[in-house]
Write a protein that binds this ligand. Structure first.
Ligand SMILES: *Cc1c(COP(=O)(O)O)cnc(C)c1O
Length: 468
């Protein structure tokens, strides 16, 4: 399988190349040159397979043609998913006759980011060891990505990880999940500024080509194709299981920020998993539902909500769907993205809008709807959900089609966003045992001035010498 850039002007790579490169040099995102299909035989077999076995087989389709051996991949998926605290890895929980939660938060840092990151860290180490290379990963986080990436990369050979977060603007639990990891290859940086300032610094470092090449910068955000490929697996597994139970296709409502998670659902459906409707669920930052309704993607300012992982205006992975809506014309998409960046608006033509509306439903939940939904689900079935999950339940219930089971993606453990949960139901959810002493552990964090020169000097001071 080969990977091409959504902007049509970057080298064609294999899976390993896309893994280590992150963003394409033309500013685009890597996607497979064609979509593989799952056979009826595979889908039938997956009903009784273990999660890590399905992962090896599904991700194996994307890895094909690279130097990663399928047996090595199978070992990596087995190790990655052994870190989850539930035997099914990503269990579903029934909350009414035909509604289920897909619980993606049983990994080490309590959000769905672990599902992809636990594999990504192992893939990096494997490929760096094979090629004798080193990688300096720089990334920005507003919360969940940071801890998941740190947990996945700690103590791995060949990797130094520099994680930027806005000083004083992440919750104490989120900060401590990052700063209490004392491994020598983990470098937390608190930036005096906003998440956007952090993101801009990372983009500027990637845009500095000599620096990018010299430091061998790598990416762990969801522009990295390997992450999306790992997320396809839980849609295959859960849809196969539930469609067998209901003898019907399964619909999903996905709490959406950067569009990585719901993109993976769409890929699973394209590959032949028994999936019916997909609903994009946004919080008050509703650029995607507005685009879905009018065909006009218009940037607005970001507002802070109780579901901060979705406080995003520009969803980077939406570009991978746009590539399909533009019928894989990279040049046309590159022009449209340039215009969007400079004018803040992009207009879909009528065929593109129809394709978007045929493929997806969309809606948003206000802060009071999120609060009410947490309370409603708790009253109905005693299940405590986090605010991101509540966005999905609220939007999904407003968008229910007539028939078939609906799955709401539960993207975080409620204890990660305990304040919002407590405000809704008066109960503070407890952290699981492996994190219960989090507030007593020592922290390690640097503060670096929010300018490119200072950041680049810092990254240079921690980067590993190149082996080549
Ligand atoms: C990252 C995140 C999201 C948004 O997922 P995308 O793939 O960016 O759309 C939703 N909920 C939680 C808890 C997250 O950490």
């Amino acid at each position: 399988m080969k990977y091409v850039s959504t902007r049509g002007d970057a080298p064609v790579l294999d899976f390993s190349g896309a893994l280590l490169t992150g963003m394409a040099i033309d500013g685009g995102l890597y996607v497979p040159d064609s979509w593989p299909s799952l056979t009826a035989d595979q889908l039938a077999r997956f009903r009784t397979s273990q999660y890590h076995e399905v992962a090896a087989e599904v991700i194996g389709l994307f890895v094909e043609g690279s130097a990663i051996e399928q047996t090595d991949l199978a070992q990596m998926t087995e190790a990655a998913y052994a870190t989850f605290r539930h035997p099914e890895v990503v269990p579903t929980r029934q909350i009414s006759e035909d509604e289920h939660l897909l619980e993606l938060f049983w990994g080490p840092t309590l959000s769905f980011k672990d599902v992809a990151m636990q594999l990504l860290g192992r893939l990096f180490e494997h490929e760096l060891g094979r090629t004798g290379r080193t990688l300096t990963i720089v990334a920005a986080t507003s919360g969940d990505t940071g801890s998941a990436a740190i947990e996945a990369c700690r103590d791995r050979a060949g990797i130094e990880l520099v994680m930027l977060h806005p000083n004083g603007r992440v919750s104490e639990v989120q900060r401590r999940q990052m700063t209490t990891v004392l491994s020598p290859n983990i470098h937390n940086v608190g930036v005096d500024g906003t998440f956007d300032d952090c993101q801009d610094l990372v983009k500027a470092m990637f845009g500095d080509r000599p620096f990018r090449d010299e430091m061998r910068l790598g990416a762990v955000n969801s522009i990295n194709w390997a992450r999306v490929s790992a997320q396809v697996v839980y849609y295959v597994v859960s849809s196969v299981k539930l469609s067998d139970q209901y003898k019907a296709k399964v619909s999903y409502t996905v709490p959406t920020g950067n569009f990585g998670n719901i993109l993976a659902a769409n890929i699973a459906r394209t590959m032949g998993a028994p999936i019916d409707r997909l609903v994009i669920a946004a919080n008050s930052n509703d650029i995607l539902p507005r685009t879905h309704e009018s065909g006009e993607m218009a940037m607005d300012s970001v507002v802070a909500t109780s579901s901060p992982a979705m406080d995003i205006q520009v969803s980077s992975n939406f570009e991978r769907l746009l590539f399909e809506l533009f019928e894989r014309d990279g040049k046309a998409l590159a022009d449209a993205m340039r215009a969007f960046r400079s004018e803040g608006v992009m207009r879909l033509d009528s065929a593109q809008l129809v394709a978007l509306q045929d493929g997806f439903g969309a809606g948003h939940a206000t802060e009071s709807e999120v609060n009410d939904t947490i309370a409603e689900v708790y009253e109905q079935c005693g299940t405590v959900i986090d605010p991101h999950t509540a966005v999905a339940v609220s939007v999904g219930r407003k968008n229910r089609a007539e028939s078939g089971p609906m799955v709401y993606v539960a993207s975080a453990h409620p204890a990660k966003f305990g304040d919002a949960v407590e405000a809704a139901i008066g109960i503070e959810p407890q952290l699981p045992p492996h994190l219960s002493d989090l507030l007593d552990r020592p922290e390690k964090c640097e503060v670096v001035d929010p300018d490119l020169g200072s950041m680049e000097r810092y990254v240079r001071s921690v980067a590993l010498p190149s082996a080549s």
